[in-house]
Design a protein around this ligand. Structure first.
Ligand code: NAD
Length: 344
């Protein structure tokens, strides 16, 4: 029997990709997105068009609604019609740097909107709730690689603080209302149909237009880049394996990585940090153009290194990232040139 799966942020980078995958599996997907103007809405519309085309050829069903997760009343109307079995919450105000100047959007979408989604989970007694957290919750931690058992009490941006807040909010609902919930801490997702505010697209645009790129922290930055298909594999597998409680939970020495409630948190990364200079070198090679580099200091809110320990996700769903970095950048560069009509 197909499941009714509500995907929020369905016009976004990750939301569009998981919606497409689930429809192709034959599920009934209900996508919602408010086409927030944080970045080019034409890209969001193009992602929706791509899902529409895919839905025409698939056995699954696809319904899309332009609504905000902050709009409790419309959210209730839609979910009362479809009664979701599974909810995947990817809608958020994303981005670390933007949170310095636009705090309200983070408070409204990431906290109030997230709270509304939890209420929907409760009302419909969903069998599984999956939501996006972020590697940014590790904040100022210097202990590498980042592990789910590490403390995440020292965020260095409001964005990170809202993601940590989501984890504890979801935990409380998971405990009180027995909602199996999984929080996925994504590590720098990249690939075709990506986000224009992230390094691959910012750099590709400038490099192809022969404009200088800003290399922050003089290039001394490392990111655990995770290819979009690997992220989608992880979300898909988690969809069919709801969280369980740890019946051996140690109340006298509680670990952040497990719970007495059916709530689990996983890193979704590659366990393969890439330096900013290496990343630029591979992108230059795939685009066939050498970048003009301007070296600058680190930006407020940015962390120097991310590196995911992925053992827990591997144990839970046998997660193994498949796409090697150069191949991932090649796929991205190819898509970028084709989408923006550059000669291949
Ligand atoms: N891409 C990454 O590297 C990354 C890393 C860590 C965490 N995340 C998290 O993963 C999730 C998906 O990220 P993404 O990269 O696809 O970002 P994205 O910005 O492409 O997608 C988010 C979507 O949510 C929509 N949205 C924003 N506010 C909304 C609201 N109030 N109501 C309904 N829709 C709303 C936006 O229009 C957008 O289409 C986000 O929660 C993000 O914080 C992403």
């Amino acid at each position: 029997m197909p499941k009714n799966i509500l995907v929020t942020g369905a016009a976004g980078f990750i939301g569009a990709a998981i919606s497409k995958r689930l429809i192709e599996r034959g599920e009934n997907v209900i996508g919602i997105d408010n086409f927030s103007e944080y970045y080019d809405i034409n890209l969001k519309k193009a992602r929706i068009k791509r899902i529409n085309n895919s839905a025409l050829k698939s056995s699954g069903k696809w319904n899309f609604f332009n609504i905000s997760i902050e709009d409790k009343s419309r959210l209730n109307d839609i979910t009362d019609i479809f009664s979701p079995d599974i909810i995947i919450n990817l809608a958020a105000q994303a981005g670390v740097r933007y949170s310095l100047d636009h705090p309200d959007q983070y408070l409204n979408t990431n906290l109030v909107g997230f709270g509304n989604i939890l209420e929907i989970c409760k009302k419909h007694c969903v069998e599984n709730f999956i939501y996006a957290s972020s590697s940014s919750v590790y904040g100022g931690n210097k202990k590498l690689p980042f592990k789910e058992s590490d403390s995440v009490d020292h965020p260095i941006s409001l964005y990170a603080a809202t993601k940590k807040a989501n984890e504890v909010m979801a935990h409380s609902y998971s405990h009180l209302f027995k909602i199996p919930s999984i929080g996925l801490r994504f590590f720098t997702v990249y690939g075709p149909w990506g986000r224009p505010d992230m390094a691959p697209m910012i750099f590709a645009k400038s490099i192809l237009q022969k404009l200088p790129i800003k290399v922050f922290n003089n290039g001394n930055m490392f990111r655990d880049y995770t290819y979009i298909d690997d992220v989608i594999d992880a979300i898909e597998s988690c969809c069919y394996k709801p969280a369980i409680k740890n019946s051996n939970f140690n109340f006298l020495d509680p670990s952040p990585e497990s719970s007495f409630a059916p709530h689990m948190i996983f890193n979704v990364g590659s366990n393969r940090p890439i330096s900013l200079l290496k990343f630029i070198e591979v992108l230059e090679s795939e685009l066939g153009v050498v970048a003009k580099k301007e070296f600058e200091a680190i930006q407020p809110g940015d962390v120097e290194r991310t590196w995911a320990n992925i053992e827990n996700l591997n144990s839970w769903i046998n997660y193994k990232p498949k796409i090697e970095f150069n191949k991932g950048i090649r796929n991205f560069a190819k898509w970028y040139k084709s989408y923006f009509h550059y000669p291949q």
